[in-house]
Design a protein around this ligand. Structure first.
Ligand SMILES: [Zn+2]
Length: 463
């Protein structure tokens, strides 16, 4: 590999001609060089960190098709549109695509026409797509939002578990996994479950000195709404996002705020695709200053001037929280992330506690089902869609391996028990330390001095 200080001439030339940039940003060069050297890559990059260029540029300098696996239709459409504007042979395949376009994309695959092909993980493994992909040269597989592999996260996609086997079946092209946030435990699980081979690891430090972290207690549902309204008043002219855990929660709060004269709308995975695209556009161009959304909103959507993120209740995991607050202040100007937490006893305002219990029960039910499936699991078997979730959990636990993306083999191994993280959302709420220091420790990153501006730092100064 060439030294970091001297990017290859061809690289810089492509960077200038296609993207109009003179230089690489921060970590881009290191990733591009690892990708071009056909290494496996595991990169933790915040959204807006210039991730897409690091695989698009190598794709254009390589023979064959680069497969980009992403769960996000909005991201697919945006990137494909941009690439086509730059005259790059790119296409996207997903379930919302009209039939005629789908046929054109499939024909393009047969002809090996696409330098970059974006697909949802389920689409990649679907009949009529998979067989075509096995017949053309694949230069590499890029796995976006790789944390969707983790069953303990809220954006779990079981199909990700079969992608390591998919890579082998496609002639073992290099695999590059990207994620916006991941604890050290999640990174280790990604290496094991995807079968990454000595990956080049890159972690971009997520600390943002301009992002002001705040936590406040709420004692009743009514008080929570009063606090939300007061916060919105303070940020009237600014772009922001209100996050809630449940779909119903977003609908109710959006209705309450609209009745109070606010221009807003709810956004969750149950809203029709077309409507979601419209809301994303309206938010990006400022027609709607903020959206009331679940964690379905945000991945892959790049808005540098978000001034605030308000969590109206406790997110389910620190990874999710970190990703969501990371959407504020990407332009480097001051931004605020406020989290409203139910009062500590849970007696007056039990909503956070109820949600937590509900989620735990749901997970336990999934695990119970997986244990039942395991009891009757043959030594080898074929993938069945109605068992997708259980099979993914068993794969995560090391009880089976995928020999091909469609055939598994049972192992005799003991269950791999994933270490429960030492840090949790409630730990974050309760910590006496600087909130940034807590987050950095939770993600296994080198700690800095106290930030000096979060609510904990300010209280300390007051004492
Ligand atoms: Zn601090």
């Amino acid at each position: 590999m060439k030294p970091m200080s001297e990017p290859d001439r061809d690289l810089l030339c492509a960077l200038q001609t296609i993207w109009g940039f003179e230089h690489f940003r921060d970590h881009q060069q290191a990733i591009v060089e690892a990708v071009l050297a056909d290494r496996d890559v595991l990169a933790v990059l915040p959204t807006g960190g210039g991730k897409s260029l690091t695989f698009q540029l190598p794709a254009l300098l390589s023979r064959g098709t680069t497969l980009v696996v992403t769960p996000l239709v909005a991201l697919m459409e945006n990137q494909v549109r941009r690439l086509r504007d730059q005259h790059v042979a790119a296409a996207g395949l997903h379930s919302e695509l009209p039939a005629a376009e789908r046929r054109a994309v499939l024909e393009g695959i047969d002809e090996g026409r696409w330098s970059l092909l974006y697909l949802a993980p389920e689409t990649l493994l679907a009949p009529g797509v998979w067989d075509r992909l096995t017949r053309i040269p694949i230069s590499r597989i890029v796995l976006d939002e790789a944390h969707c592999l983790a069953s303990w996260g809220s954006s779990f996609r079981p199909a990700y578990h079969r992608l390591g086997a998919a890579r082998r079946a496609l002639g073992h092209p290099p695999l590059c996994a990207f994620t916006a946030t991941a604890t050290p435990e999640v990174l280790e699980a990604l290496v094991r479950l995807l079968g990454l081979v000595r990956p080049r690891r890159l972690v971009v430090h997520p600390y943002r000195p301009n992002l002001n972290l705040q936590v406040r207690w709420t004692w009743t549902a009514r008080q929570r709404r009063v606090q939300i309204s007061a916060f919105l008043e303070q940020h009237r002219a600014d772009a922001g996002l209100v996050y809630l855990r449940t779909r119903r929660g977003t609908e109710q709060l959006a209705a309450f705020l609209t009745a109070g004269g606010w221009q807003t709308a709810f956004y969750h995975a149950g809203v029709r695709g077309e409507e979601r695209r419209r809301l994303e556009r309206d938010w990006l161009n400022g027609k709607l200053p903020f959206l009331v959304c679940t964690n379905a909103f945000g991945m892959g959507i790049d808005h540098p001037h978000v001034r605030w993120v308000l969590h109206a209740n406790l997110p389910s995991a620190l990874e999710e929280y970190m990703q969501e607050i990371g959407r504020a202040g990407r332009d480097g100007h001051p931004a605020t992330a406020l989290l409203l937490a139910s009062e500590p006893t849970g007696l007056l305002d039990p909503s956070d506690r109820q949600l937590q219990t509900h989620l735990q029960r749901e997970r336990e039910a999934q695990r119970q089902k997986a244990r039942e499936v395991l009891k009757h699991l043959p030594a080898t078997g074929i993938f069945k869609p109605d068992e997708a979730l259980s099979l993914a959990l068993l794969h995560e636990q090391g009880r089976l391996i995928w020999e091909t993306p469609f055939e598994y083999r049972r192992t005799d191994r003991q269950e791999v028990v994933l270490k429960t993280p030492d840090y949790s959302m409630s730990g974050y709420v309760w910590t006496r330390r600087c909130r940034w220091q807590f987050l950095l420790a939770a993600f296994g990153l080198p700690e800095s001095d106290p930030c000096g501006h979060c609510d904990r730092c300010c209280n300390r100064h007051a004492v």
